[in-house]
Design a protein around this ligand. Structure first.
Ligand code: FES
Length: 131
């Protein structure tokens, strides 16, 4: 049984589904980071079994976002580096607002979380702010 494909920058047509971890190992409000096919990936479980996957390193100076402070009430993650803030419902920058985390598609199949890694030969990482 498969459920939940998160919104993502990459569609689901040209991705390889990488096994991330068992669904039971990621509780609601919990963050974890993994390296999948060379990409650093941040996973978060939102309410209602929504699982999101984003680039694992901050767009500012590549510090691990998993070490940030996450507020489950407003879904905002604060980077431990210099306090940039991101909405983990969609990866949008909150402060500054002109940046966005790269988002990977996710799915759960037979109790296992998979992340879709685009097979385009690129590094999946949005750098810096847009202006
Ligand atoms: S490294 Fe994340 S805000 Fe600077």
């Amino acid at each position: 049984m498969t459920h939940q494909v998160g919104t993502a920058d990459a569609g689901t047509d040209s991705v390889a589904w990488a096994r991330a971890l068992d669904e039971d190992d990621l509780w609601e409000g919990e963050l974890t980071s993994l390296t999948l096919e060379g990409d650093s990936v941040l996973l978060v479980r939102l309410p209602d079994d929504n699982i999101r996957a984003y680039q694992g390193m901050c767009p500012h100076q590549e510090i691990e976002l998993v070490d940030g402070e996450y507020d489950q009430d407003d879904f905002v993650l604060i980077c431990p580096g210099h306090s940039w803030e991101f909405d983990l419902r969609d990866g949008a920058g909150v402060n500054p607002s002109n940046c966005r985390l790269f988002s990977f598609p996710t799915k759960v199949e037979d109790g296992v979380i998979y992340v879709g890694i685009p097979q385009d030969g690129q590094r999946h990482y949005n750098r810096g702010a847009s202006d």
